[in-house]
Design a binder for this molecule. Structure first.
Ligand SMILES: [Zn+2]
Length: 314
């Protein structure tokens, strides 16, 4: 309690029972509390009286729940006696240790200024963030994350602050938690055979249809005899909002690119010349292919399909 605000009263926190501040009461029935562990909240006098008789485990759960409001930057919650039991049954209390570790990684990332600048946690005040009951449990929790190889933990300073940094494994776990990076541009990947014969199909069919829908077409021309899927193709697929895949020539690379995009959750539009002689691969016959006759026919049909796909995604 280093910087007590003018007019505030020092008193035990009704929830964690450790030192907190109460804001001056201006005729309100509830007390406004600022606790370094539970954060800011208001509590009615009846709720405070009921809490007196609740077991410690109840108060730990409640402390964690209240602190989350302050951590998220939300307005302070109001604790009434009528909804006290909601805090124990709430499904937001994590049952698994791995969920608490994940929350810790996200919190560490949020508190880091940038890569190489460690997050600071107070062993005295920050333990409710991860549903620990006190600073001793928080210490063990930190050691657990350390032993899992997810973070490095520095030595604590005189005020009880410890520097925490994510390790390579910690960053990778964080990436998993955040899911695939959303494509932000308007790139449309074109997967097709780029031969002389197909040049007008691209120039008069694919490209104008894609551009007219507000997308930027990207084609990665492959050396035809080289079936190796290069990193460039994967990088461009990850950056794309949409994939148009033409199966007129039944190329293995086109199947790969369409399949990879599906795995990333990128919508794929399937096209094929109506007179194509090659049989479609069995697994992709289920997809509704645009059957086109001329480049102009492809342009009209593809444009309509892209617009319909965009509407579905909106
Ligand atoms: Zn408290």
């Amino acid at each position: 309690m280093e910087h007590i605000k003018l007019g505030n009263i020092i008193r035990p926190c009704p929830v964690c029972k450790l030192g907190a501040e109460e804001l001056p009461n201006r005729g309100r029935l509830a007390s406004e509390i600022e606790c370094p562990r539970c954060g800011q909240y208001s509590i009615s006098s009846t709720a405070e009286a009921v809490l007196e008789h609740r077991p410690d485990t109840f108060r730990y759960a409640m402390s964690a729940r209240l602190r989350a409001y302050t951590e998220r930057g939300e307005s302070p919650p109001m604790v009434m006696d009528a909804d006290l039991d909601g805090y124990l049954t709430d499904s937001s209390v994590p049952r698994r240790i791995s969920d608490r570790i994940d929350a810790f990684l996200i919190s560490t990332h949020k508190r880091m200024g940038r890569i190489g600048v460690p997050a600071q946690f107070s062993v005295h005040d920050d333990y409710p963030l991860f549903h620990c009951k006190d600073d001793s449990e928080f210490h063990h929790f930190l050691m657990l994350a350390l032993n899992m190889g997810l973070v490095t933990v520095g030595s604590r300073d005189a005020s009880g602050r410890v520097p925490v940094e994510l390790t390579t494994s910690g960053w990778m776990r964080l990436d998993e938690l955040q899911g695939p990076a959303p494509a932000t541009g308007h790139q449309c990947f074109v997967a097709m055979r780029f031969s002389e014969e197909m040049a007008p199909v691209y120039q008069q069919g694919m490209e104008p249809a894609i551009r007219e829908c507000g997308y930027e077409p990207i084609r990665v021309d492959r050396v035809e005899h080289n079936n190796k899927i290069c990193d460039l193709i994967i990088a461009e697929l990850k950056r794309s909002r949409l994939v148009v895949a033409d199966f007129t020539f039944n190329r293995g690379g086109v199947y790969f690119e369409a399949g990879y995009a599906l795995g990333l959750g990128v919508p794929v539009i399937w096209t094929r010349r109506a007179t194509a002689s090659d049989e479609l691969h069995f697994d992709t016959r289920q997809y509704n292919h645009i059957e086109w006759t001329t480049p102009e026919d492809l342009r009209v049909k593809l444009k309509a399909r892209i617009e319909a796909t965009a509407r579905l995604k909106a």
